[in-house]
Design a protein. Structure first.
Length: 263
C-alpha cells in the first residue's frame, strides 16, 4: 500500500517536473522567437533602406528658415516611376541646440515604418541626449514602436531597443514642404543684394513664418518683372524651380532656375 502511494507520488512529481520543464522551455523558445522576430523586422527595414538609397534618385525641397534660427528641409527618394519610397525630414531648433531627422518609409503609397533620430545638445538646463525611435505601421496605424536613448552618440548603436507606446509620425508637413504649400508657401518677399550677388527671398506671411533665399545667377522674365517694382508684388504667390549647388570649396547654395506667378 505504502509502496503504491510512494510510486504514485514519484510519478506525480515526475509529471509535474516534466510540465514545469516543458513550460519553461516553451517560454524560453517563445521569448527567443519574439527576439528573433524583432531582429528580423529591423533587418528588413535596414535592407529596405539600403535598396532605396542605392536608387540614387532624390528630389529636395527648399531649405526653409525662421528668424529664430530654426530650419526645415525635406528630401524625397524616388523609384524610376517617380513614386516616393522614403521621405527624409531634417529639423533644427534653438540655433542647433535641438536636431531631429525623421525618415518615413513608404510601400505602395502607404506608410510602412518611420525612424526618428533626435539630438539634444548640452546647455545650461539640459544634458546631452540622443534618442532613436522606430515605429512600424499597419494600414497607417501604429502596430509596434521601439526606442533607445543614450547620453553619447557613439554608444547608441550598441544599445538594444525597448518596446514603447507611440502615436507615430505623420509626413503631411513634409509633403507640404516638397509642394511649396501650407506653411511653406512661396510668396515673393523681395530681393537681397550681397557681394555682387542677387538673392530672391520667398516664404510665408507673418513674423513666425518660414522663408528661403535663392541665388539668382540668370535673370528670367519673372525676376526682371519683379525688379521693376518690388513693393507692388510683395506677397504674390510664386512657384519656384531651383537646384542645389555644391561648390568645390565646400560652399553650397540654392540656385534659382525659373519662377512663375501661381495666384
Amino acid at each position: 500500500m505504502i509502496k503504491n502511494i510512494l510510486e504514485s507520488k514519484s510519478a506525480l512529481v515526475l509529471l509535474l517536473l516534466f510540465f514545469l520543464f516543458y513550460s519553461c522551455q516553451s517560454n524560453e523558445e517563445s521569448s527567443k522567437s519574439k527576439i528573433k522576430k524583432s531582429l528580423d523586422i529591423f533587418q528588413q527595414l535596414n535592407a529596405y533602406e539600403d535598396s532605396i538609397l542605392s536608387s540614387g534618385q532624390i528630389a529636395t525641397s527648399l531649405k526653409y528658415e525662421k528668424e529664430n534660427g530654426s530650419t526645415y528641409q525635406v528630401s524625397a527618394h524616388l523609384n524610376p516611376n517617380n513614386e516616393i519610397l522614403m521621405l527624409e525630414e531634417k529639423i533644427s531648433e534653438n540655433n542647433n541646440q535641438f536636431l531631429q531627422a525623421n525618415y518615413f518609409y513608404i510601400q505602395k503609397g502607404a506608410l510602412y515604418a518611420s525612424k526618428e533620430l533626435t539630438q539634444h545638445n548640452k546647455d545650461s538646463l539640459n544634458e546631452e541626449k540622443y534618442t532613436e525611435r522606430i515605429v512600424f505601421y499597419d494600414k497607417e496605424k501604429v502596430s509596434k514602436a521601439y526606442e533607445k536613448t543614450s547620453s553619447k552618440e557613439s554608444t547608441i548603436s550598441q544599445l538594444d531597443y525597448t518596446q514603447i507606446n507611440s502615436k507615430g509620425l505623420s509626413f503631411e508637413k513634409a509633403k507640404h514642404c516638397l509642394n511649396q504649400e501650407g506653411e511653406f508657401i512661396t510668396t515673393f518677399q523681395g530681393f537681397v543684394f550681397h557681394n555682387n550677388m542677387v538673392y530672391i527671398v520667398v516664404g510665408g506671411l507673418g513674423d513666425d513664418s518660414y522663408s528661403s533665399a535663392l541665388r539668382v545667377n540668370n535673370k528670367d522674365d519673372l525676376v526682371l518683372f519683379l525688379m521693376k517694382d518690388q513693393k507692388k508684388y510683395l506677397n504674390r504667390k510664386l512657384k519656384i524651380i531651383f537646384e542645389n549647388i555644391d561648390e568645390q570649396n565646400g560652399y553650397s547654395y540654392q540656385s534659382y532656375i525659373q519662377g512663375t506667378f501661381s495666384d
